[in-house]
Design a protein around this ligand. Sequence first.
Ligand SMILES: [Zn+2]
Length: 474
Amino acid sequence: MIQFHNTLSGKLEEFKPLKDGEVTFYACGPTVYNYAHIGNFRTFVFEDLLRRFLEFKGLKVKHVMNVTDVDDKTIAGANREKKTLSVYTAYYTEAFQQDLQTLNMLSPVIQPYATQEIPAMQRLIQTLIEKGVAYEADGSVYYRVTAFPQYGKLSKKKLEGNIEGARVDVDEYDKEQGADFVLWKKAKEDEPSWDSPWGKGRPGWHIECSAMCMRHLGETIDIHAGGEDLVFPHHENEIAQSEAATGKPFVKYWLHAKHLLANGEKMSKSKGNFFTLRDLLAKGYDPMAIRYALLAVHYRHSLNFTFDGLKEAREVIEKLDNCYFQCLSISNISVESAGVGLTQKLSLALDKMTEALGRDLNIAEAVAVLLEEITLINAAIAKKTLDAEDVKSVLSFIQETDRLLGFDIASVHFIPENVKTALEQYSEARKTRDFVKSDLMRHKIVQLGWLVKDGRPGESSTVKKARRAWDIKK
Ligand SMILES: [Zn+2]
């Protein structure tokens, strides 16, 4: 059985997808006005774990993550830098895609861009006007919150005290009571705009997600996820828009990740505790250590990010790396020990890990099982008690945990033929002191995305796959 905590009911619920064997999953994507920070990535890593777990259980996940490339923030950013909106957002979109790869996230199955989906947004607004829940005022269109009696059901906000006709024009607001929010914003002089039945303008942020979600996944979907700061108003408004238009439930399970604190405080540039992923990479941290630090705390607990925590995460990844590398080394030589019969034990451990994740993604328990096994394996390696069958089981166990948790351990050590050949030529050139050739071969290996580690005199050189894009460019 799989259970998730549903924000809508406030309870743990058994997860049953609408269609057997398939899951429709919408995740609110980045607003591409800046580099994403580690608080953003905490949510994206949680969503990646959710998808990996469901796929591991044999479900086919249709994962849609949008790109918000037009909203208040992107327009303000483009104006500040005196760039067109598309040039400005293309830069940060590209950076975000690189960051996803750096953290070994699975690519969304579909990644719609808001600016390319304007007609679907306009159709949805038109439907809402026809149904009497939206109205035009001064060239903009607003959603009449009082026309949707269930408004507030996700965020548990009460509508009493709502001022009839009070309107809000900005994408992000935090009001105790609901207010009529904007669906279509009348064009301003310094803003990009599109033609519409209500004159030139642009969509509000909330209608973008409703329209993209329903266009790509259908009127009712299984899972909608995001950070907890999106519950109100963004997701509340998405429900109001979608359900008023279709008369059907919009989302079966709402999952929200808690916020991230840095050194016990809210991240802020003025406090000096604000970090993008790139800030941490520039300090030399391994991307998988960062992934581990963001992932290993349950998604509904707030995560306190510290450099001590990141150092511990690095030790865990090194432990996994070493375990895999050592088993790979032993697998190339013949061993004569009796073995410790690991195959069944590791298969059981993997079952325990998935069972823990089935309980609302209990990652702490899953990781504890993994690390316990790795400690035992490392002890057995030191005592030289593993036989060939054990070694094979360890390699496949780590490959499976890579697939489930996304730590990317195995691929770092799997050396493709072209790299092996280049490494042989490199070593040969070093032996004959042909430094022009050895430099050339080293460069070739680095270009292929691998790092060269030279052994001590007399020892051979080894390679390790680079986990960071700029390791390759050196
Ligand atoms: Zn959204």
